[in-house]
Design a protein around this ligand. Structure first.
Ligand SMILES: NC(=O)c1ccc[n+]([C@@H]2O[C@H](COP(=O)([O-])OP(=O)(O)OC[C@H]3O[C@@H](n4cnc5c(N)ncnc54)[C@H](O)[C@@H]3O)[C@@H](O)[C@H]2O)c1
Length: 382
């Protein structure tokens, strides 16, 4: 299959590109290095230097013999989107190209406007280009479990049947996000649902939980192929941050009471979920939704797991409950369904002590690069 990955430079985009390429697909990536620009502007950086996309593509060709085509440009620009879709004629399109940080979206008005306009414009351009140039292509869009929030009822997989005054209708499951970033993901889903209905698009929306991990089968430990690994509160995901904090001797920053529960997954499982979705596409006119995570943890449970793994490595890991910079429930009901991807064939890689130890041992090699003042910058929601 010809597969175009939008946001191919990112934490998930590059490992996905290699994984699909290794599986025999013809892969192209597009990116404007927005993530690199934003972390520089916020004065934070990943734990190791990540080569640019042309160099990563050359390193992958060297290793695998497979080419990954690189397009550098801004997907908010219609001319760029039109050009790459016409040239590459994708059969599958993976849409990762968004500003994905909740704290960044809450920094100030400028960051909020960037998040809003970037995320919605890229999604809209993708929809229009698909309709015009590749109407049969399958769009696999990364949404987030954060679209649902933490309602006091079980979360269904995308849809809910409602009985009302003797009549019945299927709706998108109610959404109530906890940040502007998550709100843009809800708006993306609404755009995709609207245009799927009127233009017969073929879409899978993956409601993904926070991802952790460094290595995939394709990268191994090769620094020229590894993804970004941010440990700051703005661009790092929680478990990755805890791993770095543990190694650096910084108390694990648990927000508030730490009962916030979410669905997590290993980076390797993200790649498998996306590949499985592409290889069994949605039907024309279908918006298919999967909840993409493999197990749920509270923040306290994650901190305890990291503390335990640290003990096995003779590290003295401490946990600190700090004032919650976010507005969110710190204890709540959480029982989301997640059977769709398992039914497609997903075999989860669960969080184990071995997984944590391998990450911590690798992070130890880069420990001197950890800068304490970049770990927690206190971006508040208020
Ligand atoms: N990482 C997670 O834990 C997680 C969890 C749930 C959902 N997601 C979703 O998955 C997707 C990928 O996340 P990620 O962690 O890889 O983020 P990331 O920031 O590392 O990757 C996104 C990539 O898209 C690029 N991009 C953004 N706007 C662009 C534009 N206008 N033109 C061209 N390129 C553009 C960025 O430069 C970046 O390389 C996002 O949509 C995010 O919302 C991620």
């Amino acid at each position: 299959m010809r597969i175009l990955i939008l946001g191919g430079d990112g934490y998930l985009g590059w490992p996905t590109a290699m994984n699909l390429s290794a599986s025999g697909h013809n892969v192209a990536v597009a990116d404007n290095y927005l993530r690199r620009r934003l972390y520089r502007e916020e004065n934070v950086e990943p734990l190791w230097t990540v080569p640019n996309l042309h160099d990563r593509s050359a390193a992958w060709k060297n290793k695998s013999g497979q080419a990954i085509k690189v397009y550098i440009g801004d997907l908010r620009e219609w001319e760029f989107v039109e050009e790459i879709i016409r040239k590459f004629e994708p059969q599958g399109i993976v849409h990762y190209a968004e500003q994905p940080s909740a704290p960044y979206s809450m920094l100030n008005r400028k960051a909020a406007m960037l998040t809003l306009s970037n995320n919605l414009t890229v999604t809209a351009n993708l929809i229009f280009a698909t309709r015009e140039y590749c109407p049969d292509a399958h769009i696999v869009k990364l949404g987030t479990m954060g679209e649902y929030g933490t309602p006091n009822i079980d979360i269904e997989e995308g849809w809910i049947e409602v009985d009302h005054k003797g009549r019945r209708q299927k709706f998108l499951f109610p959404r109530q996000a906890g940040s502007l970033y998550h709100t843009t993901k809800i708006m993306d889903t609404d755009l995709l649902w609207f245009y799927t209905r009127i233009w017969n698009l073929r879409v899978t929306d993956l409601m993904q939980g926070p991802v952790y991990g460094i290595f995939t089968e394709e990268s191994g430990n090769d620094c020229s192929l590894l993804p970004f690994f941010n440990y700051d509160e703005i661009f790092g995901t929680v478990l990755n941050r805890f791993v770095v904090q543990a190694v650096a001797g910084y108390p694990l920053t648990v927000y508030g009471r730490g009962g916030q529960t979410r669905g997590y997954l290993n980076l390797i499982d993200t790649l498998n979920c996306v590949r499985l979705s592409l290889e069994t596409p949605a039907q024309k006119g279908e918006l298919r939704i999967f909840n993409q995570f493999t197990e749920t943890f509270s923040v306290n449970q994650l901190a305890e797991r990291v503390q335990q793994a640290g003990r096995a490595m003779s590290l003295n890991v401490t946990i600190q409950h700090i004032d919650n910079p976010r507005l969110e429930a710190e204890e709540h009901h959480y029982n989301p369904a997640h059977t769709g991807l398992i039914d497609l064939g997903l075999e989860p890689h669960y969080l184990s002590e071995d997984v944590l130890i391998r990450m911590m041992q690798f992070v130890q090699k880069h420990k001197e690069k950890v800068s304490g003042d970049k770990i927690f910058k206190k971006v508040t929601w208020s």
